[in-house]
Write a protein that binds this ligand. Structure first.
Ligand code: SAH
Length: 405
């Protein structure tokens, strides 16, 4: 219990966290949702937890102290978040924060903390936070309605809750690049099963009662990971919950969306598919590279690079791709850039063809590396490009406009 007694209206404030130490204890799905927002505010984020969800683990820009919380961990913190699954630990963190006069959110028992996280919407340079005396469903509903008003978008206003599962394309990374329908359905979800590439800031907006399942962490025992994910979707839908399966980009572009649709259909579970903006088009576009251009390229081809050219499992005709004159966009290619470039050259594509690699497109971390088919693998390695990134090959990859990223 915080020392200030029963009913009170908290004081709403905007914290300038730039460069300031924020200590987060716990590394589960609640934390996974808060991290992108803390990082976007420029905070110096320290996560303390012996284990983390894969999404937390893969979050760039945090310092993860891989151990249990110990008294003294809040030293120097301006703000803290107690979000472990152990109430005793959360209570201890809050107690230390109280003694240190550090404001602290307690995720499991909001009233016991000295700060509460509002339901927020950020659009067009405006940030709105809603608190409803601990009634998270109400604050989320008001927030959703405000978003609809602020974006002038009546269609985004949630209506009745659909049944079954929605396979939603989350877009390439920027939370504003999900579709209006996708966002509205997300606002109605009881359960969200999210891929690592699903835009993390969309998860940050979910109300606390929403169960967020990290698809990369679904335990699969002897089953395949995909079967285990299908199982979770089916089980939650069977419990009468509305489930959003949130994927990066478009659910059907190398997203295994149709396998999930088939598994759900076989169980008689209704499925809604919401297309998404695929990174195969958005990543080049965000870097100032048009996938087509009148008089230059009359085709663009999207290819998976997840198996190397020449590998027995490869279903791609690299020789045929090498003969194309248009734009070739390769996903999941970072580790195999050299082999892919070689295969295209061997198929007849000139070695001096412009090529570009676009990393973390549409997010704050977007980078573009440009070169030619002959140099791009070395150029990307020199720049330490890591997934997610797309390779773009063709004349338009050499276009530079004032807006290029
Ligand atoms: N369904 C997704 C693609 C899934 S495959 C879509 O339509 O976008 C995963 C690959 O997508 C990554 O390896 C990378 O090549 C690409 N990708 C996804 N998000 C990206 C981003 N923000 N920037 C660059 N590439 C991205």
């Amino acid at each position: 219990m915080n020392s200030h007694g029963a009913p009170h209206d908290p004081y709403l404030v905007g914290l300038d966290l730039r460069g300031r130490r924020v200590v987060v204890v716990g590394a589960g799905t609640v934390v996974q949702r808060r991290l992108p927002v803390l990082l976007a505010a420029g905070a110096d984020v320290h996560v303390i937890a012996p284990e983390a969800t894969p999404a937390v683990e893969a979050t760039p820009g945090i310092v993860w102290h891989r151990r249990e919380y110990a008294s003294g961990d809040l030293l120097g913190a301006w703000y803290a978040l107690a979000a472990t699954d152990d109430p005793a630990v959360n209570a201890a963190v809050v107690a230390e924060a109280e003694a240190a006069r550090t404001f602290c959110v307690r995720a499991d028992l909001a009233r016991e903390g000295t700060a509460v996280t509002p339901a927020t919407v950020a659009t067009d340079g405006l940030q709105v936070g809603v608190l409803a005396s601990g009634d998270h469903r109400r604050s989320a509903a008001v927030r959703d309605a405000l978003r609809a008003v602020l974006t002038g978008d009546e269609a985004a206003r949630p209506t009745h809750k659909p049944e079954g599962v929605a396979l939603v394309g989350g877009g390439p990374g920027d939370p504003d690049l999900i579709t209006v329908r996708g966002r509205a359905l997300l606002g109605l979800a009881d359960v969200v099963v999210a891929d690592r590439l699903a835009p993390p800031r969309l998860l940050a907006e979910l109300a606390p009662h929403v169960e967020v399942i990290d698809a990369a962490k679904v335990p699969y025992g002897r089953a395949m990971a995909q079967q285990a994910i299908n199982r979770v979707l089916i089980d939650r839908a069977r419990e009468g919950k509305f489930v959003v399966r949130l994927k990066g980009g478009d659910p059907y572009v190398f997203g295994r969306g149709f396998e999930e649709l088939e598994a759900l259909a076989a169980e008689g579970i209704p499925v809604t598919v919401v297309p998404g903006i695929t990174s195969s088009i958005a990543a080049p576009s965000a870097a100032g590279i048009p996938v087509t251009h009148r008089g230059v390229t009359h085709e663009f081809v999207v290819v998976s690079g997840h198996v190397a050219p020449g590998h027995p499992d490869s279903l791609v005709d690299w020789d045929a791709l090498g003969r194309l004159r248009g734009t070739v966009v390769v996903l999941m290619a970072v580790e195999r850039l050299a082999a892919i470039a070689e295969a295209l050259i061997a198929g007849g594509r000139p070695a001096e063809t412009p090529a570009a690699v676009v990393e973390n497109a549409t997010t704050g971390g977007q980078r573009t590396v440009r070169g030619t088919l002959a140099t791009i693998a070395a150029d990307a390695a020199a720049a330490s490009v890591v997934p997610p990134a797309v390779l773009v090959v063709g004349a338009t990859a050499g276009f530079t406009a004032a807006l290029g990223g």
